[in-house]
Design a protein around this ligand. Sequence first.
Ligand SMILES: [Cu+2]
Length: 148
Amino acid sequence: MKIFRRACFALVLAASAVAPACAKGKADCVPVVREGWIRLVPGGMPMHAGFGRIENACAMPATVVGARSPSYDSAELHETTLVDGVSRMRAVPELRIAAGDAAVLKPGGLHLMLMDPRAPLKVGSKVVIEFPLQDGRVVRGSFDVRAP
Ligand SMILES: [Cu+2]
Protein backbone atom coordinates (compact mmCIF):
# COMPACT_ATOMS: atom_id res chain seq x y z
CA MET A 1 0.00 0.00 0.00
CA LYS A 2 3.03 2.24 -0.37
CA ILE A 3 1.45 3.61 -3.50
CA PHE A 4 -0.50 6.26 -1.57
CA ARG A 5 2.69 7.69 -0.23
CA ARG A 6 4.37 7.76 -3.58
CA ALA A 7 1.33 9.32 -5.22
CA CYS A 8 1.33 11.88 -2.46
CA PHE A 9 4.91 12.93 -3.05
CA ALA A 10 4.38 13.03 -6.79
CA LEU A 11 1.35 15.26 -6.39
CA VAL A 12 3.16 17.59 -4.03
CA LEU A 13 5.98 17.95 -6.52
CA ALA A 14 3.62 18.42 -9.46
CA ALA A 15 1.28 21.06 -8.09
CA SER A 16 0.52 21.58 -4.45
CA ALA A 17 -2.84 23.16 -5.25
CA VAL A 18 -4.32 19.92 -6.57
CA ALA A 19 -3.27 17.66 -3.71
CA PRO A 20 -5.54 18.61 -0.85
CA ALA A 21 -4.67 15.62 1.35
CA CYS A 22 -0.94 16.01 0.87
CA ALA A 23 -0.15 19.61 0.11
CA LYS A 24 -1.25 20.91 3.47
CA GLY A 25 1.13 20.75 6.39
CA LYS A 26 1.59 17.41 8.10
CA ALA A 27 -0.69 18.44 10.92
CA ASP A 28 -3.58 18.97 8.51
CA CYS A 29 -3.38 15.57 6.85
CA VAL A 30 -5.88 13.05 8.20
CA PRO A 31 -6.74 9.56 6.95
CA VAL A 32 -9.91 9.20 4.87
CA VAL A 33 -12.66 6.59 4.83
CA ARG A 34 -13.53 5.07 1.46
CA GLU A 35 -16.14 2.55 0.32
CA GLY A 36 -17.84 2.57 3.71
CA TRP A 37 -20.97 0.45 4.07
CA ILE A 38 -23.15 -1.01 6.77
CA ARG A 39 -24.83 -4.38 6.57
CA LEU A 40 -28.26 -4.52 8.13
CA VAL A 41 -29.34 -7.83 9.61
CA PRO A 42 -32.55 -9.75 8.95
CA GLY A 43 -35.30 -9.39 11.52
CA GLY A 44 -34.29 -5.88 12.55
CA MET A 45 -31.61 -7.02 15.02
CA PRO A 46 -30.09 -3.96 16.71
CA MET A 47 -26.51 -4.97 15.90
CA HIS A 48 -24.97 -4.12 12.55
CA ALA A 49 -21.53 -4.53 11.04
CA GLY A 50 -19.69 -1.77 9.18
CA PHE A 51 -16.97 -2.18 6.57
CA GLY A 52 -14.73 -0.05 4.38
CA ARG A 53 -11.19 1.26 4.13
CA ILE A 54 -9.41 3.81 6.25
CA GLU A 55 -6.64 5.14 4.04
CA ASN A 56 -3.72 7.00 5.51
CA ALA A 57 -2.10 8.92 2.67
CA CYS A 58 -0.31 11.13 5.17
CA ALA A 59 3.42 11.17 5.86
CA MET A 60 2.85 10.17 9.49
CA PRO A 61 1.28 7.03 10.99
CA ALA A 62 -2.19 7.43 12.50
CA THR A 63 -3.74 5.51 15.38
CA VAL A 64 -7.50 5.10 15.56
CA VAL A 65 -8.58 4.77 19.19
CA GLY A 66 -12.30 4.21 18.83
CA ALA A 67 -15.47 4.76 16.84
CA ARG A 68 -18.72 6.61 17.39
CA SER A 69 -21.78 7.50 15.36
CA PRO A 70 -24.69 9.87 15.84
CA SER A 71 -26.88 7.05 14.48
CA TYR A 72 -25.96 4.43 17.09
CA ASP A 73 -25.76 4.31 20.86
CA SER A 74 -22.52 2.39 20.61
CA ALA A 75 -19.82 1.69 18.02
CA GLU A 76 -16.68 -0.41 18.44
CA LEU A 77 -13.86 -1.67 16.30
CA HIS A 78 -13.80 -5.46 16.29
CA GLU A 79 -11.78 -8.18 14.70
CA THR A 80 -13.03 -11.62 13.78
CA THR A 81 -10.43 -14.34 14.13
CA LEU A 82 -10.51 -18.07 13.72
CA VAL A 83 -9.43 -19.82 16.92
CA ASP A 84 -9.26 -23.61 16.67
CA GLY A 85 -11.73 -23.49 13.83
CA VAL A 86 -14.18 -21.34 15.79
CA SER A 87 -14.93 -17.79 14.68
CA ARG A 88 -14.49 -15.29 17.52
CA MET A 89 -14.71 -11.52 17.81
CA ARG A 90 -12.55 -9.33 19.95
CA ALA A 91 -12.54 -5.59 20.52
CA VAL A 92 -9.67 -3.68 18.92
CA PRO A 93 -8.84 -0.77 21.26
CA GLU A 94 -6.21 0.75 18.96
CA LEU A 95 -5.69 0.50 15.24
CA ARG A 96 -2.40 1.84 13.95
CA ILE A 97 -2.22 2.69 10.26
CA ALA A 98 1.26 3.27 8.88
CA ALA A 99 1.98 6.19 6.57
CA GLY A 100 0.83 5.29 3.08
CA ASP A 101 -1.08 2.26 4.31
CA ALA A 102 -4.76 1.43 4.80
CA ALA A 103 -6.83 -0.48 7.32
CA VAL A 104 -9.33 -2.70 5.55
CA LEU A 105 -12.57 -3.53 7.34
CA LYS A 106 -14.25 -6.47 5.65
CA PRO A 107 -16.53 -9.39 6.46
CA GLY A 108 -14.61 -12.06 8.36
CA GLY A 109 -11.93 -9.65 9.56
CA LEU A 110 -11.68 -6.20 11.00
CA HIS A 111 -15.12 -4.56 11.26
CA LEU A 112 -17.22 -1.99 13.04
CA MET A 113 -19.73 -3.33 15.53
CA LEU A 114 -22.63 -0.91 15.57
CA MET A 115 -25.14 -1.39 18.35
CA ASP A 116 -28.58 0.03 19.10
CA PRO A 117 -29.47 2.32 16.20
CA ARG A 118 -31.17 5.46 17.49
CA ALA A 119 -33.73 5.31 14.68
CA PRO A 120 -34.57 2.65 12.08
CA LEU A 121 -32.07 2.77 9.22
CA LYS A 122 -33.25 2.77 5.62
CA VAL A 123 -31.45 0.83 2.92
CA GLY A 124 -29.73 3.37 0.65
CA SER A 125 -29.32 6.00 3.34
CA LYS A 126 -25.98 7.17 4.67
CA VAL A 127 -24.61 7.01 8.19
CA VAL A 128 -21.78 9.11 9.59
CA ILE A 129 -19.18 7.29 11.64
CA GLU A 130 -16.34 9.11 13.35
CA PHE A 131 -12.98 7.65 14.31
CA PRO A 132 -11.11 9.59 16.98
CA LEU A 133 -7.34 9.50 16.56
CA GLN A 134 -4.83 9.23 19.36
CA ASP A 135 -3.67 12.80 18.72
CA GLY A 136 -7.18 14.14 19.30
CA ARG A 137 -8.15 14.66 15.67
CA VAL A 138 -11.12 12.86 14.15
CA VAL A 139 -11.62 10.97 10.89
CA ARG A 140 -15.19 11.29 9.66
CA GLY A 141 -16.58 8.69 7.26
CA SER A 142 -19.80 8.21 5.34
CA PHE A 143 -21.26 4.69 5.25
CA ASP A 144 -23.94 3.42 2.84
CA VAL A 145 -26.68 1.34 4.44
CA ARG A 146 -27.17 -1.94 2.57
CA ALA A 147 -29.72 -4.70 2.81
CA PRO A 148 -28.88 -7.89 4.77
CU1 LIG B 1 -18.01 -7.63 16.04
